[in-house]
Design a protein around this ligand. Structure first.
Ligand code: CA
Length: 379
């Protein structure tokens, strides 16, 4: 069996309620680059690239695909090293690695389908058959009702069964952020885990000052308090706060994560399988993290393909530390409108009481509905 064809599908769909985070990007559409790889045996595998989808497609079409065609998909790590070494001189981070990620995920899907085994069985097995998930949401939508809309949305997640929620912060004022998080905490009560995500909008002193206030509200982790390039700043924030500090959704490969992990710049690293180098590389990042006593809790923000790849990866991460009553890493289950998360698979991934079953079908366990791709294809 060898790799016969690689096709990138660039898709985008408008959203009814545009939303933003502290970065100020207004999300009017949801889109992605889906990678379809076909083998000489007729097996089709799917992958996904995080970030600007036309850029991922350009990397794959012009740089990566020609090196992959004709090879054995079981040589997934050999292929990874070849692609990385071909591209690292001009792209050791960023979209070049997102493009490799999409190919890597599709190859794992193919290997699973060829063996009739779910991906998690191929990467060490499942430490858990279901994963706890948290709702990511509480973006900024109605600037006149920032507190009320957050409270209403959080109550909705609690009613839907979620046991953990992550909210956006970064309103340009420590007082405004504190009051909004406090209102959400009071609305959902003390039994629901609550995380905050600043999308790297704060300075080091502002992050520490806000973090100390938010600790009063029993926050599970403080995500991306400051700019991702500032490892020394992360160390300052992480040492100053009692609560866990998380980051790394915009970092790539084991070399990119190395300094943050070795220096314990954050308590939790959050590689994204569709960005940081695929399943192959994220397994290595997770091992590196565990070696240094850092938790690995992946970031996820894509279609059902990326979400499923994340669940298989998550299932293969051991509890840290192992215990009678462990606290397993949670799945990020982002909840803003996204037809590629909810409708692209013939059977969507759904949570019940805050829990998602690890897929057991062959490969990623996702049956892609091509009609959804055709409907939202970007010309
Ligand atoms: Ca985030």
């Amino acid at each position: 069996m060898n790799i016969k064809k690689i096709t990138c599908h660039v898709v985008a769909a408008p959203v009814q309620r545009p939303f933003t985070s502290s970065r100020g990007w207004l999300y009017k559409t949801r889109g992605t680059c889906l990678v379809e790889i076909e083998t000489s045996d007729g097996i089709v595998g799917w992958g996904e690239c995080y970030g600007p989808s036309a850029v991922a497609k350009a990397f794959i079409d012009t740089q990566l695909a020609p090196r992959v065609i004709g090879r054995d998909p079981f040589d997934v790590e050999v292929i990874w090293e070849d692609l990385y070494n071909r591209i690292k001189d001009y792209g050791p981070k960023g979209m070049s690695i997102a493009a490799i990620s999409g190919i890597d995920i599709a190859l794992w899907d193919i290997i699973g389908k060829a063996c009739n085994k779910p991906v998690h069985k191929l990467i060490g097995g499942a430490f858990r058959t279901e994963v706890d998930c948290y709702a990511t949401g509480l973006y900024f939508t109605d600037m006149e009702r920032l507190v009320d809309e957050a409270v209403e949305e959080a109550i909705g997640y609690k009613k839907a069964g979620f046991k953990a929620i992550k909210m956006k912060i970064g309103l340009g004022s420590i007082k405004r952020d504190y009051e909004r998080v406090k209102a959400v905490r009071e609305a959902i009560g003390s039994d629901i885990k609550l995380m905050v995500d600043a999308n790297h909008c704060l300075t080091v002193p502002a992050a520490i000052k806000l973090g100390r206030k938010l600790e009063e509200l029993d926050i599970e982790w403080f995500e991306e308090p400051i700019s991702p390039e500032d490892i020394d700043g992360y160390i300052e924030v992480t040492r100053a706060l009692d609560m866990a500090v998380a980051g790394g959704e915009n970092e790539f490969t084991r070399w990119g994560f190395r300094d943050a992990i070795v220096r314990k710049a954050m308590d939790i690293v959050q590689p994204d399988v569709c960005a940081a180098g695929g399943i192959t590389e994220c397994k290595k990042i997770a091992s590196l993290a565990s070696t240094h006593g850092v938790e690995c809790v992946p970031h996820a923000w894509g279609s059902v393909v990326g979400l499923s790849a994340t669940i298989h990866f998550l299932a293969s991460i051991p509890n840290q530390p192992p215990s009678l009553f462990p606290m397993p890493p949670m799945l990020e289950f982002e909840q803003e409108e996204n037809p590629f998360r909810d409708h692209l698979a013939k059977t969507p991934i759904q949570q019940v009481n805050g829990v998602i079953a690890v897929p057991t079908g062959a490969g990623l366990g996702v049956e892609v509905d091509r009609a959804v791709i055709d409907k939202y294809r970007v010309a």
